[in-house]
Design a protein around this ligand. Sequence first.
Ligand code: NAD
Length: 504
Amino acid sequence: MTQLSENLQKLDGFLARFRETGILNQIGGEALPAASGNWFDTLSPTDGSVICQVARGAADDIDRAAAAAKAAFPGWRDLGGTERRKILHRVADAIVARAEEIALCEAWDSGQPLRFMSKAALRGAENFRFFADKAPSARDGKALPSGGLMNITGRVPIGPVGVITPWNTPFMLSTWKIAPALAAGCTIVHKPAEFSPLTARLLVEMAEEAGLPKGVWNLVNGMGEEAGKALTEHPAIKAIAFVGESRTGSQIMAQGAASLKRVHFELGGKNPVIVFADSDLERALDAAVFMIYSLNGERCTSSSRLLIEQGIAEEFEARLAERANKVKIGHPLDPATEIGPLIHPTHLDKVCSYFDIAKEEGAVIAAGGERPDGPGWFVRPTLFTGANNQMRIAQEEIFGPVLTALRFADEAEALQIANDTDYGLTAYLWTSDVTRAMRMTERLEAGMIWVNSENVRHLPTPFGGVKASGIGRDGGDWSFEFFMEQKHIGFATGPNKVPRLGGE
Ligand code: NAD
């Protein structure tokens, strides 16, 4: 039996119960169908088959979930950080114990290769552990004594919050938002992406089995314009943590305006990887290939623009095209697969539409630019060369395994091209000149920059983008800044004279 057929057999076992019951919402500790009785299908990107049905929640379900989160809030807030820490560690233990189930379901539901989803499942557990350990100190503040006053600051959880997540690496991204919210003492309503809902269901089940009180974590599946919109408008929901497209972020901001919703946005990107001739070109090549073709290129931090110094451009681009042609396309549950199918047919059409756009704009398709034969929403790793930064292929987030190469003459031009975009999530810089690296990192318009490295996430550091790539930061204490309110309390330390109005 091959590893692939063994994995398919295991997956079949894991999915059997979902085929029977469908994916239910979880509200106040109860597994429920949508109030309307409506369902939608979730499809496998590998062959387009129906995996199972999913409860199609809408405003009524959000209303019940928000009420459950509101009712559970005082108890969870007042439980104490050490108790929260214990429960969140138990959630992490459950994730580790069921990591294979999570990875197989995620790969089948999202099309992301198992080799990456296995790691992503364990990263989800790390997210829970990291924030679990921060729970006891989440409310800590400062003493700032001044003349006649002892000023004390503290933090309190903001209340029930909404978490809205996208379909790319949905499990990991959900843990990334939910773990800090729970550690801070917030209760939540989670609306996962309609295209990959399987693992959000597994996650909430694991959390309740780990002892999370009922109603602390509620799950409502459904469409963005229905369940998602209702969540962002609900008055009991105090904040929305959102990961998704920039355009959706601006819709959510408008939808949440009437209830003065606090928002945290992790949005799109068109991230440059800038390679100078003086860099370690072997490692730079590995990183450029990895950061666009891993995770099917459906990755907010992918380096989708290669900025390459003129003198080495021709050879670097040729080697890149050769490597792109060798990236292994295949079944996402096959451990050898490096690139799987894209999430859904509409997204496939969008990604493929850039092949014609590139030709119309006068760029060259140096690798890929087509779909392999057979079923599934696969696309070949693609490289566009001969492009300039005004082209749509250099400006628009394609969100697939598609790289646009641009050449630059010197540092000033590299900076100008890198910053000439609406986005500002990440930038990657390859050079052996540390002074240049210092200069450039100062001026690059990006929330996160890696020098001589691919994207390696360290959880205590701030994660987030500038410009159209986001508002706010995650990670370390920054997550608590969002999920908590700062409080100031001033105690008089003596009979300070109070200015008197209306006296004698
Ligand atoms: P999307 O914006 O289409 O959907 C994201 C989520 O928002 C889904 O759950 C969807 O149902 C919901 N939604 C859609 N319309 C809504 C509305 N009007 N109100 C409330 N909710 C609504 O994004 P996507 O296509 O699922 O994900 C891909 C995008 O996510 C890319 O742009 C990618 O760059 C971005 N992303 C960013 C980060 C980051 O950290 N910056 C991480 C991952 C993905």
